[in-house]
Design a protein around this ligand. Structure first.
Ligand SMILES: [Zn+2]
Length: 118
């Protein structure tokens, strides 16, 4: 992968990181995935008027946003470390077209399929 492509993908990752952080802020959730599982919601949200199912949905959303944020941050770290675009499982380069589609991809398609079917 050439430097120009890496720079372009880095821009997309940085944009995505900003968007995910803003969404977490909007939800009143903590950004870090460490420790507390519950987002720190607005006082009003957990009140009796809100169904437990709704709260569960929100937690699912927050978890998924945190996962995305973690993947994006790790991808940016790998760019700094010079290991970006290498499959974490098999060590082979991830094809450019997969990274173009999903810049935060950690696995090549083969490994992703194998892991998914497990
Ligand atoms: Zn792989």
């Amino acid at each position: 992968m050439d430097q120009q492509t890496v720079d372009r993908l880095r821009e997309r990752l940085e944009t995505e990181r900003g968007e995910v952080r803003r969404q977490l802020d909007d939800l009143g959730a903590r950004r870090d995935a460490e420790g507390i599982e519950d987002p720190e919601l607005d006082e009003g949200f957990a009140d009796a008027g809100q169904a437990a199912a709704e709260r569960a949905n929100l937690l699912t959303l927050v978890r998924s946003l945190r996962d995305t944020l973690r993947d994006v941050e790790q991808a940016l770290d790998r760019m700094v470390a010079g290991t970006y675009g290498i499959c974490e499982r098999c060590g082979q380069p991830i094809p450019d077209e997969r990274l173009e589609a999903l810049p935060a991809a950690r696995l090549c398609m083969t490994c992703k399929r194998q892991r998914g079917s497990r």
